[in-house]
Write a protein that binds this ligand. Structure first.
Ligand code: PCA
Length: 208
């Protein structure tokens, strides 16, 4: 049986909920194959990535997609790059606020998502989901989870696809995206990323 691990996050900053967890949890409850496991991560540098990698060790998934909230954005963002940078605008949930530090002093400056993002993006756009490819997952805990996840997984003898999706604050009625749309987007990304072929070389780069 193919196994997928998805993660969301607990609330942080001034928020009382975090739609990333609702989306991850809903996808794990949907009656579809493959088997989807969901884990809720703390918004803490170090601990979040460690807890995700512990779950990876015990579940041994064939695909890993982490989901986080990007408050203030309006579209579902398919993250392409994780940076070796901790630069927090606000303290994490443990009160830690690193500024201009590397995540791994010996690691590469950046790592790239290994999900089939272009193929998935094109399928999502074809059904009018509010989605975009994104070149920055920021420099807070989500970026660290993406960087640490990819750094770990790409060292395996047989790496599995892994990456990150940011969702807007979906409960906000002024945001032109819904929880259900984010659930569908994640299901499409899972379906595409389980395919063995490399991603499709579609035009989708950014000028700025
Ligand atoms: N969003 C934050 C951390 C947790 C979350 O849901 C981020 O984008 O880094």
């Amino acid at each position: 049986m193919t196994r997928v691990l998805v993660s969301g996050f607990e609330p942080f900053d001034t928020m009382t909920d975090n739609p990333s967890w609702e989306v991850a949890h809903k996808v794990s409850q949907a009656d579809i194959s493959p088997e989807v496991h969901a884990v809720c991560l703390p918004v803490e540098f170090g601990t979040a990535a460690r807890q995700l990698l512990d779950q990876v060790d015990s579940i041994r998934p064939d695909l890993i997609i982490a989901v986080g909230l990007a408050a203030g954005t309006e579209t579902i963002r398919l993250e392409r790059v994780g940076l070796n940078l901790r630069d927090a605008r606000i303290p994490d949930n443990a009160g830690f606020q690193p500024v201009d530090q590397p995540i791994d002093p010996h690691g590469p400056a950046a790592v790239f998502s290994t999900l089939r993002l272009k193929a998935a993006h094109s399928r999502m756009r074809a059904i009018d989901l509010p989605v975009q490819l994104s070149l920055s997952a920021g420099s807070f805990v989500c970026n660290e989870v993406l960087y640490s996840l990819l750094s770990a997984v790409t060292q395996w003898p047989a790496p599995v696809p892994a990456g990150f999706v940011h969702v807007p604050y979906l409960p906000d009625p002024t945001v032109p995206a819904t929880i259900d749309q984010a659930v569908v987007a994640l299901q499409i990304l899972i379906d595409e990323s389980l395919r063995p072929e490399p991603d499709e070389p579609l035009i989708g780069g950014a000028l700025y």
